[in-house]
Design a protein around this ligand. Structure first.
Ligand code: UT7
Length: 331
């Protein structure tokens, strides 16, 4: 039995919001945003486009590459912090939109670490199911523009919309190694206040006061998250390299969550990983939360830059706080 990635897909909406556009919206400059984050532009979905629509685009592309139809899927796992609705799950809406009539569906919340959590859970289900689940569609998708406070210059400059999808196949007749070499996901609930959307849940249901106080938007303590992000990504990467015995110089590509170019550089430095092998697309995509790592993976894959046997190290951190790393072998 072997579990492999047989398709990837990603999508960002057409509309681009540049730093120059943001200069007209809040008290900021292109120079500040570029030098502090590395971001020059991000993509923003229109009002009638939901996370399930973003997901459907990435899903269709991944299924096409995989060469399977949606009705062959047994499982849909959507990582998101911006579901279409609290319930039903975005995975269920996506199931309808792509016609995946045979798939069990669930959403998963791990913020920007979402895709790595989603891959870990779906992979483990496939592995444990002895063939019950054969094909899984694993997504990270977020329409962050729907929860960004466009009057808060410390957060609105960071985020963009996007989606990514991976098709996993569990093949009982294939005896090649699984795509997961080693993985580590973690969390620390003591830091729940550092990055959150305060209202709209059972702790603070929506009311006139929550709307008036702008509590339905992202609230973030950027500096604190920055430090913990570097530690979370570096430590989880070290863990997967240690348990697998794979050395930094053997890794073909590192795909870090695209939150801030300075965070990426600091983590790479800690791991002795040369920046030429660290994939960065933050300039044009911004921080797309759960979609981020998968968009990078798909871009590398479609550019033909992933070779059979390559080690690919993915890592992310996000609200929760959550973090994780997955060392993959490209098959
Ligand atoms: O996926 C996980 C999501 N979270 C993150 O990735 C966040 C990680 N944190 C960061 O990326 C950085 O902390 C930020 C980019 C958010 C902020 O950068 P920083 O270097 O930590 O800046 P700061 O918050 O210390 O602010 C420095 C100054 C402040 O002014 P004063 O108090 O020194 O006068 C801010 O008010 O920069 C000011 N500032 C801005 N100035 C121009 C904050 N945002 C802006 C802005 N334009 N957009």
């Amino acid at each position: 039995m072997s579990i492999r990635i047989i398709g990837t897909g990603s999508y960002v909406p057409e509309r681009v919001l540049t730093n120059q556009d943001l200069e007209k919206m809040v008290d900021t400059t292109d120079e500040w945003i570029t030098s502090r984050t590395g971001i020059q532009e991000r993509h923003i979905a229109g009002e009638g486009v939901f996370t399930s629509d973003l997901s459907a685009e990435a899903a269709k592309r991944a299924l096409e590459m995989a060469g399977i139809t949606a009705d062959q899927l047994d499982l849909i796992s959507v990582a998101t912090v911006t579901p279409d609705t609290t319930f039903p799950s975005t995975a269920c809406v996506l199931q309808r939109k792509i016609g995946a009539v045979n798939a069990a569906c669930y959403d998963l919340v791990a913020a920007c670490t979402g895709l790595i959590y989603s891959l870990e859970v779906a992979y483990s289900l496939l592995k444990a199911s002895s063939g019950k689940y054969r094909y899984a569609l694993v997504l990270g998708a977020d329409k962050l523009s729907s929860i960004v406070d466009w009057t808060d210059r410390s957060t609105c400059i960071l985020f963009g919309d996007g989606s990514s999808a991976v098709v996993l196949k569990n093949d009982p007749d294939d005896h090649s190694p699984d795509f997961v070499v080693a993985s580590k996901i973690g969390a620390n609930g003591n830091y729940t206040d550092l990055l959150k959307l305060p209202a709209g849940g059972s702790a603070m249901p929506a009311s006139h006061a929550t709307v008036d106080n702008r509590l339905h938007y992202i609230h973030m303590a950027g500096k604190e998250v920055f430090k913990l992000a570097v530690n979370g990504m570096a430590d989880s990467c070290k863990y997967v390299m240690n348990v697998s015995g794979v050395r930094p110089e053997e890794i073909a590509w590192v795909i870090p969550h695209q939150a801030n170019k300075r965070i990426i550089s600091a983590a790479a430095q800690r791991l002795n990983l040369p920046l030429e092998r660290v994939y960065v697309n933050i300039e044009h995509i911004g921080n797309t939360s759960a979609a981020s790592v998968g968009i990078c993976l798909d871009e590398l894959n479609r550019a033909g830059k992933l070779k059979t046997g390559d080690y690919i190290l993915t890592t992310a951190f996000g609200g929760g706080l959550t973090w994780g790393a997955m060392l993959m072998r490209w098959t």
